[in-house]
Design a protein around this ligand. Structure first.
Ligand code: ADP
Length: 159
C-alpha cells in the first residue's frame, strides 16, 4: 500500500492545501494529512476544529486520513510506514526553506519529499492571508473550501 503525508498547520485549510491533497490522493493509496501542533503558536482554529474541517472537505476522496502530530514529521512517517512527504510549492520563495527541510528529513530517516507545483489560481493563497482578510470583512469564499452547516466558529471569534 503506497502512503504519503501532507503536513501543515492548516489554520484554516485553504483551496491551495485542498488542491495538493486531492492531487496526492490520486497518486497514493492512502494520504495522511498531518496537522502540526505548535504549542508556542496559538492558532485561529483549535487543532480539533482544523481536523474536523479537513475531514469534512476531504471525505469524498475516500483515502484521506487526518490526524494531528507534534514533534518530528519524520517520526510520524516512521510510525506509520510512510515513505513520502508531499508538499505544494507556491513560488520560488517557498523553495529555499522547503529544500532545506526536505534534505534534513531525508538525512534523518531517508524519507523522500515530493514537490507539487501549485495550481496558478492558488499561487498567492495562504492561511495567513485568509486570516488577515476574513476578520476584516473580506470575502474569502473563493479561497477556502465550502463546509456544511453549521459553520465552525473560530476560537478567536468566540471570545
Ligand atoms: P500556510 O503556508 O498556508 O500558512 P501551512 O503551513 O498549513 O500553511 O502549509 C502547509 C503546506 O501546504 C505548505 O508547506 C505547502 O506545501 C502547502 N500549501 C499551502 N498553501 C498552498 C497553496 N496555496 N498552494 C499549494 N500548496 C500550498
Amino acid at each position: 500500500m503506497r502512503r504519503a503525508v501532507c503536513p501543515g498547520s492548516f489554520d484554516p485549510i485553504t483551496n491551495g492545501h485542498l488542491d495538493i491533497i486531492a492531487r496526492a490522493s490520486k497518486l497514493y493509496d492512502v494520504v495522511h494529512v498531518a496537522v502540526m501542533i505548535n504549542q508556542s503558536k496559538k492558532g485561529l482554529f483549535t487543532v480539533e476544529e482544523r481536523i474536523e474541517l479537513i475531514r469534512e472537505v476531504t471525505a469524498d476522496f475516500g483515502n484521506v486520513e487526518v490526524e494531528s502530530f507534534h514533534g518530528l514529521l519524520v517520526d510520524f512517517c516512521k510510525q506509520r510506514d510512510i515513505p513520502a512527504i508531499v508538499k505544494g510549492l507556491r513560488a520560488v520563495s517557498d523553495f529555499d526553506y522547503e529544500l532545506q527541510m526536505a534534505q534534513m528529513n531525508n538525512g534523518l530517516t531517508g524519507v523522500e519529499t515530493l514537490f507539487v507545483p501549485t495550481n496558478p489560481t492558488y499561487s498567492f493563497l495562504s492561511s495567513s492571508l485568509v486570516k488577515e482578510v476574513a476578520p476584516r470583512g473580506g470575502d474569502v469564499s473563493h479561497q477556502v473550501p465550502p463546509t456544511g452547516q453549521p459553520p465552525l466558529t473560530p476560537r478567536q471569534a468566540r471570545k
